[in-house]
Design a protein around this ligand. Structure first.
Ligand SMILES: *Cc1c(COP(=O)(O)O)cnc(C)c1O
Length: 408
């Protein structure tokens, strides 16, 4: 039997059925009309944000990285909870616009922004996090064409990365950001061209569970921001310190110690160099805010035995929950937290693999896990599905189409 990842806190059962948002998942499936279904628990998101606010220094604003989960109802919920949004495409700009979010609180990072995307962002008053000198020139030209002063920040490619992070986004040659040593000259060029100078964006990595590593990276980001502000000779209005706070997905993963992150950051802010005295700071988080608040529900349509192994074949799969199949940025496949939702909390009775309905051996949601015996018609749950689930999976693969989503 292979271990399953840890089920996040906050999930109980009602009459033996997994409950989300205070109701059994069977209730939500009935409301939705069918499976598969993503459920996002608003109360868990609210609790996560309030825990963060309590732990972090007040001076740190909180941004939500929309790419983690752009579901419109969830974005509306986030609008009342966070201080800003980070988007990564013109498509996400339209999603945040459609959700009625304040666009002056949006920043747009990401390589390969097309001219039409730059123009749409400038028109909307969105801050552009410039990824290169070439993009800076195109953004300034777009501002001239439109007769609108663009709001520009520079994404810095730092010389450090976030240790132990699942996805490294800084350190060495990268398609993201401008190499640190070239940043001061670009700041001066952008400012002298008449843009509204917004500051730096320094993002060094994702999915770290080690509070000390996060604190160390934040300290390095602050030091780099101070150095670059000094060298450029221009005051720094704003600095996005990146994010990287991770969640436990796999057996043995231990939740991040938020108290340590908050305390270390408070110390660092108390000892800021003069050049950052008036700078506003934010961190940008995706999965930490919403990942554990989401559950993916699918129904078992077949139960079969092959060479003595039990396969629970569901109507879901990697076309909705690619990350749980181990094909989204992981090297070794390990089991996400999962359960038989309609027998939640029941004793383990057998070893079984939960698979999807796609014709590929990659389509495995749980590999040889220990579960209560499940039958056709039972519902399965995959946890940690609130981030990089629906929007980060190939929904059209094999003609399957998207899953439903509900904020509850
Ligand atoms: C993806 C991304 C994030 C969000 O990452 P999480 O691991 O979900 O918190 C934040 N900032 C940038 C620049 C990103 O690319």
């Amino acid at each position: 039997m292979k271990a399953l990842g840890p089920i996040p806190v906050g999930y109980d059962s009602i009459d033996g059925v997994l409950a989300v948002g205070g109701k059994a998942v069977t209730h939500w499936v009935e409301q939705a009309g069918s499976t598969p279904l993503f459920l996002y628990d608003a109360a868990l998101v609210r609790a996560r944000v309030s825990d963060l606010r309590a732990a972090l220094p007040e001076r740190i604003a909180l941004h939500y990285a929309v790419k983690a989960n752009p579901y419109p109802s969830l974005l509306k919920l986030m609008a009342g909870l966070v201080d800003g949004f980070d988007i990564a495409s013109g498509g996400e700009l339209e999603i945040v616009r459609g959700a009625g979010l304040p666009l002056d609180k949006v920043s747009f990072a990401g390589p390969g922004k097309r001219d039409a995307e730059l123009e749409a962002a400038i028109r909307a008053g969105v801050t552009l996090n410039l990824e290169s000198e070439g993009e800076a020139a195109r953004a300034l030209a777009a501002g001239d064409r439109l007769g609108i002063t663009p709001r520009l920040a520079i994404r810095v490619n730092p010389s450090f990365d976030l240790k132990g992070s699942g996805m490294k986004m800084g350190g060495g040659a990268k398609p993201f950001g401008v190499d640190a040593q070239r940043v001061p000259a670009l700041v001066r060029a952008v400012v002298s061209a008449g843009a509204q100078w917004r500051g730096f964006h320094i993002f060094a990595g994702s999915q770290a569970l080690d509070a000390q590593a996060i604190a160390e990276t934040q300290g390095q980001a602050l030091a780099l921001a101070a150095q670059l502000a000094q060298e450029s000779g221009v005051a720094l209005p704003h600095c996005n310190l990146g994010g990287g706070l991770g969640i436990p997905y796999f057996p043995g993963d231990v939740p991040l110690d938020l108290t340590v992150v908050g305390e270390r950051l408070a110390e660092q802010l108390a000892n800021l160099p003069e050049v950052l005295r008036d700078t506003q700071f934010c961190i940008e988080l995706g999965r930490y805010l919403v990942g554990e608040a989401g559950v993916y529900i699918a129904r078992i349509v077949d139960r079969k035995i092959s060479h003595g192994e039990v396969f629970l074949v569901t109507d879901g799969g990697l076309h909705h929950q690619l990350a749980a199949s181990g094909n989204f940025g992981t090297v070794v496949r390990r089991n996400y937290p999962s359960a038989i939702a309609t027998r939640f909390g029941a004793d383990v009775e057998e070893e079984a693999s939960i698979v999807g309905c796609l014709c590929t051996p990659l389509d495995k949601l749980a590999d040889k896990g220990g579960f209560p015996r499940a039958e056709v018609g039972d519902l399965i749950a995959v946890f940690c599905a609130g981030a990089y689930g629906a929007s980060a999976s190939p929904a059209n693969f094999l003609g399957q189409g998207p899953a439903r989503e509900m904020l509850v």
